[in-house]
Design a protein around this ligand. Structure first.
Ligand SMILES: *[C@@H]1O[C@H](CO)[C@@H](O)[C@H](O)[C@H]1NC(C)=O
Ligand SMILES: *[C@@H]1O[C@H](CO)[C@@H](O)[C@H](O)[C@H]1NC(C)=O
Ligand SMILES: *[C@@H]1O[C@H](CO)[C@@H](O)[C@H](O)[C@H]1NC(C)=O
Ligand SMILES: *[C@@H]1O[C@H](CO)[C@@H](O)[C@H](O)[C@H]1NC(C)=O
Ligand SMILES: *[C@@H]1O[C@H](CO)[C@@H](O)[C@H](O)[C@H]1NC(C)=O
Ligand SMILES: *[C@@H]1O[C@H](CO)[C@@H](O)[C@H](O)[C@H]1NC(C)=O
Ligand SMILES: *[C@@H]1O[C@H](CO)[C@@H](O)[C@H](O)[C@H]1NC(C)=O
Ligand SMILES: *[C@@H]1O[C@H](CO)[C@@H](O)[C@H](O)[C@H]1NC(C)=O
Ligand SMILES: *[C@@H]1O[C@H](CO)[C@@H](O)[C@H](O)[C@H]1NC(C)=O
Ligand SMILES: *[C@@H]1O[C@H](CO)[C@@H](O)[C@H](O)[C@H]1NC(C)=O
Ligand SMILES: *[C@@H]1O[C@H](CO)[C@@H](O)[C@H](O)[C@H]1NC(C)=O
Length: 860
């Protein structure tokens, strides 16, 4: 059970934290699971293979200092918070309650200062639960572009749309799940199982949302949230599982630092105003009360200056309980002040103070009139103004869709097509519409028609969805060809007959996944398999069996096994198009007909076999408290394939172009930087802002105050604190974690000292350059990649450390440049609790994919 003190003292908008039954429980011992290929390994020395991991208590919760780019925002936040009463501070930290206001999360307001409530709204692909918004390509598509500029532009456009709807905090982007298992239901919301690619895209998205779009980003979900099954025990019970607590992700300290925490460091360094905790437990302690991950790692080591929000705090640990906890001495005044300051600092950081719009939509209905306080059925008024916030984002969405489409196979230049093929035939449910409309299933919770977006709270309502059938037909008719389509995977005989007549057959197939509150076809969020949905396999077989020029287009949330199709003589081309958003059909047509030359690369490995990944979802509980052991450590995706010497169908980083590229002239320049120095400073003592009466009588509801039914208010309904709290465990002894109330100056971790960690980690140690030549006949874009071998006995064979998407004219060249930082070459020392550069031979590799690396050099 989460307790009030634990939650409040560990998280940031929350106050003090502890629960001796969990946080501070040194991790439930779990049995060693040995994955294929690890049998002979010494489990003690391989990162991630260690058992008996712990989540030790870490208090006090660090108070924000305004370091890095946060100085001005902190100054303003301190000035603002200094004027606030106790209740006003509590209001800032507290959600009014589920469905009680228009946004999916909405805080209290401060009427005395005309400060409107903060509006927190899903999702990472657009404004959720409204209309006249755009649906952007999913995170996994952004990763497939490997294009920083597109990630920023998408972030900015999404931020602008949230801003236009009156949203203060966009609940995204996502770096957790990272993608430990390819079946993971929400992997597509994030970017890639590679922490570097994810870290870059996460940071660019945050900068786009905040600096470009002018709203706060909520970097989520922190941390270890790698499967949907059993993420919440109550939800698991509804599906008939006997589970009493959320699933536990057990991972060791090296795996935490070198894999899962890495992109969050980039997100914090990019200025993320807010971080959202996750549903799961980490090493035996809930993510939203875990003092180790929140206090020590996030606010200590990563120097996070913003707030960590649980967007629906309807569990009422806040509100009056927080006021009581301050008055009874459980939560120090400085802790509450820190919460309020962190929230307001994020607000000023993105300059919400200059440009706020009123909230002009309701998450709970698209009707124009309805209840302002939906769940309590009060406040009938106009709640939707139907503001069109899309601007010209459709063209950006189309461009990202095309530029995230990976060309995996192209025999004898089967692509691009011209449109003048005499008969073009398109096949598959995935090429057509959902006959119930693009939003026919709530939160996209079905797989009908083409897969433009996956399901769950990470989706948004389509303003329209251009199907492949429509867009391809438009192109073919304009070019003078004939066109027929068969969008029914059940009609195999007629499909075969059409394919026999066609000059080119384009068959669409998909695989969906999502968030586990919705079940689709027996998939509880996580996919049950890595094969196609909608009966597409039979359709592909029939079409390819009857047409020697068959093109396969895949819409999927992650890897789908393609070995059979890669080797099929009649399948002349394969494209992976991900989940591209509202312009889906136009994006794929742009690539098929060469209006866009594909340059995307796979952001994950497509293995030959599911078992080759070495990781899987825990589908059946292994106890009342399900335990998932991250026994593979950092060896996920290509790191696992390399380690076990598995040949994938298509490797991480792979993707073809209508042109071709060569690599030459590798140059390494050693930079002159000083040696690493562990951070040594201390914080100041915890500051407090403003005074208030400690008398309960000063904090009861104002006379004649009209309450919204069910609202969480900051005021007490009794001068008796026990009554006002109504906490059945009120004043239970031994409730306050040791050190949690200590507001004296605290040491800052060696690896800390600034947002993102010790600034010296980002010193550039080497600059690596190579020449990339376009050896083909058309202008093209090439994602050049740099990998590093850190050279330790248990390090991955190689790890991505740099990339750049270069546009190059035919016969032209471009220079690929990567600055290799100290962090890029470092390993995590669990003993020193700091990064160090191992005394080992470091090698850099440069090329076009993780398995095509023609250039290499040893770093000296
Ligand atoms: C808003 O905050 C920014 C950043 O801290 C500051 O530069 C600006 O002056 C503020 N504007 C107003 C109107 O308060
Ligand atoms: C707290 O927020 C609620 C809801 O917006 C508002 O009605 C109330 O007046 C606020 N309380 C204070 C002390 O500002
Ligand atoms: C759940 O498992 C526990 C322990 O094995 C058992 O005592 C209990 O009866 C089970 N509950 C249900 C509903 O199956
Ligand atoms: C839509 O999908 C659901 C399952 O996801 C399925 O039961 C239903 O038959 C589909 N409807 C149509 C019209 O294809
Ligand atoms: C071609 O299509 C027909 C149905 O029209 C089907 O019976 C046959 O098996 C297909 N051929 C191959 C080689 O798959
Ligand atoms: C894989 O899962 C999908 C979706 O539930 C299902 O349609 C398909 O039949 C499954 N494939 C296999 C081979 O079981
Ligand atoms: C390829 O298509 C032709 C029909 O055009 C068919 O005869 C042949 O069997 C197909 N090959 C495969 C491997 O299905
Ligand atoms: C996949 O694994 C199964 C079982 O281990 C094996 O029989 C099969 O040959 C493998 N397929 C490929 C394409 O490697
Ligand atoms: C509360 O309302 C009553 C009746 O409207 C009024 O007489 C009284 O003065 C009000 N009290 C306060 C403190 O505003
Ligand atoms: C305070 O928290 C306890 C424990 O969650 C809960 O039972 C109680 O209702 C809360 N009190 C208020 C006023 O929200
Ligand atoms: C203080 O208040 C909090 C919130 O209601 C409660 O959980 C806690 O038990 C109280 N502690 C003491 C010592 O009264």
């Amino acid at each position: 059970m989460r307790s009030i003190a634990t939650v409040l003292l560990a998280s940031a908008t929350s106050a003090l934290a502890q629960d001796f039954s969990h946080d501070g429980n040194y991790g439930a011992p779990y049995p060693d699971t040995v994955y294929p290929g690890f049998e002979s390994s010494n489990p003690v020395v391989i990162a991630g293979s260690k058992s008996f991991q712990t989540s030790p208590p870490k208090y006090p919760s660090p108070w924000g200092s305004g370091s890095g780019d946060w100085a001005a925002a902190y100054q303003q936040a301190r000035a603002f918070v200094s004027q606030l009463t106790l209740e006003e501070k509590v209001n800032l930290t507290t959600g009014t309650g589920w469905e009680l206001d228009r946004c999916v999360g909405q805080t209290g307001s401060i009427p005395r200062l005309a400060f409107e409530a903060l509006c927190l709204q899903d999702s990472p692909v657009g404004v959720r639960d409204t209309d006249f918004n755009s649906v952007f390509p999913a995170g996994v598509n952004v990763a497939a572009t490997w294009d920083r500029g597109l990630a920023y532009a998408r972030g900015q456009a999404m931020g602008e749309e949230h801003h236009g709807k009156g949203v203060d905090v966009q609940l995204g982007p996502v770096a957790g799940p990272l993608g430990r298992t390819p079946e993971g239901g929400r992997n597509w919301e994030g970017f890639s199982p590679d922490p570097i690619l994810t870290g870059v895209m996460f940071a660019e998205s945050i900068k786009g949302i905040q600096l470009g779009g002018g709203v706060m980003a909520s970097a989520k979900h922190y941390i270890g949230y790698e499967q949907e099954h059993f993420r919440q025990n109550a939800e698991a019970e509804l599906y008939g599982f006997n589970v009493t607590e959320p699933v536990v992700s057990n991972m060791d300290d090296e795996t935490m630092h070198e894999l899962y925490l890495w992109p969050f460091a980039d997100g914090v360094r990019a200025g993320a105003a807010s971080v959202m905790c996750s549903y799961n437990q980490i090493n035996g302690s809930n993510a939203c009360q875990n003092s180790y991950t929140l206090n020590y790692l996030l606010k200590g080591e990563l120097g996070f200056q913003g707030d960590s929000a649980t967007y629906d705090s309807g569990d009422s640990f806040f509100g009056a309980n927080l006021t009581v906890a301050v008055l009874n001495g459980t939560v120090p005044a400085w802790r509450l002040d820190d919460m309020a300051i962190r929230i307001m600092a994020g607000f000023y950081l993105v300059e919400r103070n200059t440009t706020r719009n009123p909230i002009n939509f309701s998450s709970w209905t698209l009707d124009t009139y309805g209840y302002e306080h939906y769940y309590s059925g009060t406040g009938w008024t106009q709640i939707n103004e139907h503001v069109d916030v899309r601007a010209d984002h459709g063209s950006l969405i189309r461009s990202i869709g095309a530029r995230s489409t990976v060309l995996l196979k192209n025999v004898n230049n089967a692509l691009p097509l011209t449109g003048k093929e005499k008969l073009t035939a398109v096949f598959g449910n995935d090429a057509g519409p959902n006959i119930d409309g693009p939003n026919g299933c709530s939160d996209r919770g079905c797989d009908n028609g083409t897969l433009g977006m996956a399901w769950g709270s990470g989706s948004a309502n389509f303003p329209y969805l251009v199907t492949p059938d429509t867009a391809i037909q438009n192109t073919v008719l304009a070019a003078g060809g004939a066109y027929e389509s068969n969008l029914d995977n059940g009609a195999l005989t007629t499909m075969g007959a059409l394919a026999r007549r066609a000059n080119v057959s384009i068959v669409f197939a998909n695989a969906d996944s999502g968030e586990t509150y919705i079940e689709v076809g027996g998939n509880l969020g996580d996919r049950n398999n890595l094969t196609f949905w909608q009966g597409a396999e039979a359709a592909i077989d029939i079409v390819a069996g009857n047409c020697t020029n068959t093109v396969l287009v895949v819409h999927s949330t992650g890897p789908v096994l393609l070995e059979k199709y890669a080797n099929h003589a009649n399948i002349t081309a394969i494209l992976w198009a991900g989940i591209p958003g509202q312009e889906s059909g136009n994006s794929i047509a742009d690539v098929l007909y060469g209006r866009v030359n594909p340059g995307a690369k796979l952001p994950f490995t497509i293995g030959r076999n599911r078992t080759d990944y070495g990781t899987d979802i825990l589908y059946t509980p292994n106890g009342l408290v399900p335990q998932v052991n991250f026994q593979e450590g950092v060896f996920i995706d290509y790191r696992a394939f390399d380690r076990h010497n598995e040949t994938p169908t298509y490797e991480f980083g792979f993707g073809l172009s209508y042109s071709s590229f060569s690599y030459s002239n590798l140059r390494v320049t050693k930079m002159n930087v000083s040696d690493y120095a562990p951070f040594t400073g201390h914080s100041s003592a915890a500051p407090t802002y403003g005074n208030f009466s400690m008398s309960p009588a000063a904090h009861t509801f104002p006379a004649n105050f009209t309450r919204v039914p069910l609202y969480q208010y900051p005021w007490l309904n009794s001068t008796n604190l026990t009554k006002a709290s109504s906490d059945p465990h009120y004043a239970l002894p031994g409730f306050i974690p040791a050190g949690s109330q200590n507001g004296s100056a605290q040491p800052i971790p060696k690896a800390g000292g600034a947002p993102g960690g010790n600034p010296m980690l980002y010193d550039v140690l080497y600059r690596v350059q190579a020449t990339v030549t376009n050896t083909g006949s058309v202008v093209g874009e090439e994602v050049s990649q740099l990998y590093v071998s850190r050279g330790g006995p248990y390090d991955p064979v190689k790890e991505l450390r740099g990339f750049e998407r270069l546009s190059i004219q035919p016969n032209g060249t471009a220079t690929f440049t990567v600055d290799i930082t100290r962090r890029d070459l470092s390993s995590w020392s669990t003993v020193e609790q700091d990064w160090f550069v191992r005394n080992s031979t470091k090698t850099v590799f440069v090329g076009s994919s993780s398995r095509s690396l023609p250039l290499q050099a040893v770093l000296v």
